[in-house]
Design a protein around this ligand. Sequence first.
Ligand code: ZN
Ligand code: FE
Length: 253
Amino acid sequence: MQIIPLPAFRDNYIWLLRQDRLAVVVDPGDAAPVRRYLAEQGLSLAAILVTHHHPDHTGGIAELLTESPVPVFGPAGETIPGRSVAVQEGDAVRIPGIDVAFQVLDVPGHTAGHVAYFGDKTLFCGDTLFAAGCGRIFEGTPAQLHASLEKLAALPADTLVYCTHEYTLSNLAFAAAVEPDNPDLAERTARCQALRADERPTVPFPLGAERLSNPFLRVNEPAVIARAEAEAGAPLSTPVAVFAALREWKNRF
Ligand code: ZN
Ligand code: FE
């Protein structure tokens, strides 16, 4: 089994999982790169997984279905074009011919019904957790997104995170503004800058190291709290309040 990034739009990755002659795609915002890859490699589409309803994650579904009428798994709480299987927390996704079973996790915050898929040390988390960052809060609350990130961060340390955007360098620039003296952050930034200079993806990334440099997972660190309080101009008495202040700051960063 292999997982391949298909770049789309400016900074999206459509993840394609392949085993033998079968392929599963996650969040196909655009059909063209998927159809091209399937044709080049002689693969048949077996299923589509969707994390949330935004067009850059769903825009290619209808066109893919005209060629391959495959099951489309998507969050029960959202309207997903072509969805045939509504999934939510506790469900398992099994696809004939693909050896991984994915566990569905509800991770609201970026959108109200956002789900993630976890199986075989692999996490497809859409726009919830990013490398050194997290999604914007469009439909949920800071408390929801904070809880969703903590849920993901509690998965096994050897999990590889396949998020949907290459936002890493800008996330790291923000993280450095929050924690200028964090040595893990400096090391990660150097590594990711080298990857991007080579036009290589910084995703996937290991979940186990994420807490060392992602400010949104570090809201209990005294240095992060102090910086967030300075930015907010007020004391922040709970981890969620620190998280909300960081997210708000990042929006205007
Ligand atoms: Zn989104
Ligand atoms: Fe997106």
